[in-house]
Design a protein around this ligand. Structure first.
Ligand SMILES: NC(=O)c1ccc[n+]([C@@H]2O[C@H](COP(=O)([O-])OP(=O)(O)OC[C@H]3O[C@@H](n4cnc5c(N)ncnc54)[C@H](OP(=O)(O)O)[C@@H]3O)[C@@H](O)[C@H]2O)c1
Length: 319
């Protein structure tokens, strides 16, 4: 079969021949891959920088996708940590780690949306018991996962949804998706603006980490009307830095707990429990999803385009 193949961590995958994987048991199925999302997680898998990387090469990247089985059924699947991922004409899925989709659904939309949507959906359902009416700050709201987080917070009944991000144009567009306030992450008065807008939130969904998170945390914690009011800060992504210089005084001065949400802190079982409801919400058209399909044969160009793509790129092996 043809696949996107990584042979060295310092260059993009190449479209070339790769042995077709073989299902190992009754739970496994060889599927034709129709769509596989080029998520941040996949980029870090392919350059060896993800925390789950084993340095094994060659590697076919791709952690999830939509495939068609020999029975004609359409399935969204997630793959275990494997060196034979979804960016291939075919891949082996575990039926227990997949969900059947309606035939009418666009595979590209599902492949684009599931990973970024899952980040906040799972955080709000598995890392905290989110209550309708709570107030949420989303740090890094202009990315694909952040935009989904705005929509999912709204779907779950959040009261205030404060969206913080760098890009003014994309930030402004978030009010149509459910954001009740937008805070631009720049300027000398940022701490003041962020503190006023988000000082009393119940939850933070953090896609940034690094220096911006440290500054935002201080701004929020020092602007709480009631410092005894619980605040859960959920670390989901690290586009702004792997290490954040968090102030010890800020941690002591308010009732904050910091938790992470991702592979490991959320079990495979917990992810799978959320798949059907999220797939239903996507199939029902509950979210605005910005996807761009690119044939798998053009994987090298897709990789270059994804570096600063606004849309979620989806590779389509069968086109
Ligand atoms: N734990 C999970 O379950 C999970 C699941 C999915 C994703 N993630 C993680 O979440 C993060 C975001 O993923 P994504 O899919 O949304 O990526 P994305 O679509 O590429 O968006 C990333 C956004 O980050 C913003 N950004 C980059 N550097 C920044 C900085 N220094 N300060 C502020 N904003 C910055 C950019 O927005 P502007 O250019 O508009 O500022 C960009 O649009 C990644 O770290 C990803 O690995 C985690």
């Amino acid at each position: 079969m043809r696949a996107a193949v990584v042979t060295t961590f310092d260059s993009a995958p190449r479209y070339q021949q790769f042995p077709t994987p073989v299902p190992a048991g009754d739970d496994e199925m060889l599927v034709d891959v129709l769509a596989a999302g080029l998520h941040q997680r996949v980029r870090s898998q392919a350059d060896g920088s993800h925390y789950t990387s084993t340095d094994e090469l060659p590697l076919v990247p791709g952690i999830d996708g939509v495939g068609r089985g020999p029975d004609g059924s359409l399935r969204y699947f997630v793959l275990p940590d494997t060196s034979v991922g979804s960016m291939a004409e075919q891949t082996v899925i575990n039926l227990r780690q997949s969900v059947e989709l309606p035939y009418t659904i666009d595979p590209v939309v599902v492949a684009a949306a599931m990973n970024p949507a899952m980040s906040s959906w799972v955080a709000l359902r598995q890392r905290v018991q989110f209550q309708a009416g709570q107030d949420v700050l989303i740090l890094g709201a202009t990315g694909n996962a952040g935009q989904m987080a705005v929509q999912i917070a709204k779907l779950f009944g959040a009261n205030k949804i404060i969206a913080a991000g760098r890009d003014a144009e994309r930030l402004a567009a978030l009010s149509a998706l459910g954001a009740t306030a937008m805070v631009r992450l720049d300027g000398d008065d940022l701490a003041d603006r962020l503190g006023k807008a988000a000082g009393d939130v119940d939850l933070v969904l953090d896609y940034l980490w690094g220096e911006p998170t440290a500054a935002a945390m201080t701004a929020v914690l020092t602007n709480r009307a009631d410092r005894g009011q619980p605040l859960t800060w959920i670390e989901i992504g690290s586009v702004a830095g792997r290490i954040a210089p968090i102030s010890s005084a800020a941690l002591r001065a308010a009732r904050i707990q910091i938790v992470g949400s991702g592979q490991g802190s959320v079990s495979g079982h917990e992810y799978l429990a959320e798949l059907p409801a999220l797939a239903d919400a996507i199939a029902a058209g509950r979210f605005a999803i910005d996807a761009r399909a690119i044939p798998l044969a053009e994987v090298e160009q897709a990789w270059a385009a994804a570096a600063d793509a606004r849309q979620r790129i989806v590779l389509t092996p069968q086109l």
